[in-house]
Design a protein. Structure first.
Length: 332
């Protein structure tokens, strides 16, 4: 079988595609014939040794896949060959076949095609956990999403709308904001590409306050970080909740006095750790999300698919913040 391989850390161009032996399922594992793999920002980071998980070289990137079960190992009881499944593999997914623990499989609802399924779990899983479990977002609250047209960002917009919030989408182009509005956001704001100097940060904070009106944002979903974080925090409402999701624009430092002045909370969100530490809570969330998928209330916006041979192009588009919604690699 063919696999995308990271043999040395570096930019997407340093990835190679090679013929490698098919994986064998270990105890409690299955082998998935991968049809599509969702592409996520962590894939850009993991090949540069900049992510929190550091698989030994050589490895295939690709954290989530959708495909058909090819083979099951000893002790596998919940699935069988031929089943359509999502595999949350962490890495190894940019390949024609991947081994996956039974516990990390999710049956695909009939309403989802395989490409949509490959782009579903990481983004909706993260944003659902963030908004529901961490922020306890309530109907009628105002939710500001930074990086709103990206993978996790657009998922936060859609889930915020489903939860009854008034969602304001912030992104770096009008096109991106328009996409968010077409997916249910009540309004939006275009911010400069950055990094922002002090004056630009002050202006952005005023712009955030103006677009939200009232007291500001009850919940802020920050999938961007960098020089966008402080202006956003300055536009939070009294007792607001600020969700720390990711740092494509850099890791910000925040003056802690702002939390005192706003009586607000800064809340870290690490979905992968949650799934490992609270399997029961994770199962409840997955069941809820799959219900939304089956009833047609959630379906990822996959703006483009790339064949495996174009993996570097796909990852470069993501690093250059050109992607809208989700992209996926197809393996046939
Ligand atoms: N906490 C968790 O559990 C968890 C789970 C999954 C992902 N994440 C993290 O969430 C972040 C977003 O992941 P994603 O897969 O949704 O990525 P994505 O689709 O590429 O979205 C990231 C967004 O960040 C914005 N951005 C701002 N500055 C950027 C820069 N210098 N380079 C690239 N993008 C920039 C872009 O929007 P604009 O152009 O509109 O600014 C882009 O749409 C990543 O840091 C990822 O590691 C965290």
């Amino acid at each position: 079988m063919k696999a995308v391989l990271c043999k040395e850390y570096g930019p997407p161009e340093s990835l190679v595609i090679e013929e490698v032996p098919s994986p064998k399922p270990g105890k409690g594992q299955v082998v998935i014939a991968v049809k599509a793999a969702g592409v996520n920002f962590p894939d850009v980071l993991i090949i540069q040794n900049k992510y929190q998980f550091r698989p030994p070289l050589p490895f295939s990137p690709g954290g989530e896949v959708a495909g058909i079960i090819k083979e099951v190992g000893e002790g596998v009881t919940q699935v069988k060959p031929g089943d359509r499944v999502i595999g949350s593999v962490g890495w190894g997914g940019f390949a024609q076949e991947v081994a996956c623990d039974q516990a990390r499989l999710i049956p695909i609802p009939d309403a989802l095609d395989l490409v949509s399924a490959s782009a579903f779990m990481l983004t909706y899983g993260t944003s659902h956990y963030a908004l529901k479990n961490r922020a306890q977002l309530k109907a009628g609250e105002t939710l500001l999403v930074l990086g709103a047209a990206g993978g996790v960002g657009l998922a936060a917009v859609e889930l915020g709308v489903l939860m009854g919030a008034r969602v304001i989408a912030a992104a770096s182009s009008q096109d991106k904001v328009d996409l968010c509005i077409s997916r249910g956001a009540a309004g939006g704001i275009v911010y400069p590409e950055g990094p922002l100097d002090r004056d630009a940060q002050r202006k952005l904070s005023d712009d955030f306050k103006n677009v939200m009106g009232g007291e500001g944002a009850n919940v802020i979903y920050d999938a961007v970080g960098g020089t966008y974080a402080e202006p956003a925090l300055r536009a939070i409402a009294w007792e607001g909740r600020y969700l720390v999701i990711g740092f494509p624009a850099g890791i910000p430092s925040i003056p802690l006095n702002l939390t005192l002045l706003k009586g607000c909370q800064i809340i870290g969100v690490f979905w992968g750790a949650f799934t490992a530490r609270d399997p029961k809570g994770n199962q409840e969330n997955i069941a809820e999300l799959m219900g939304f998928a089956q009833s047609g209330r959630l379906k990822p916006y996959v703006s483009k698919t790339y064949p495996m041979a174009k993996v570097a192009e796909a990852l470069n588009e993501m690093a250059a913040r050109k992607v809208k919604g989700k992209i996926a690699l197809t393996m046939d």
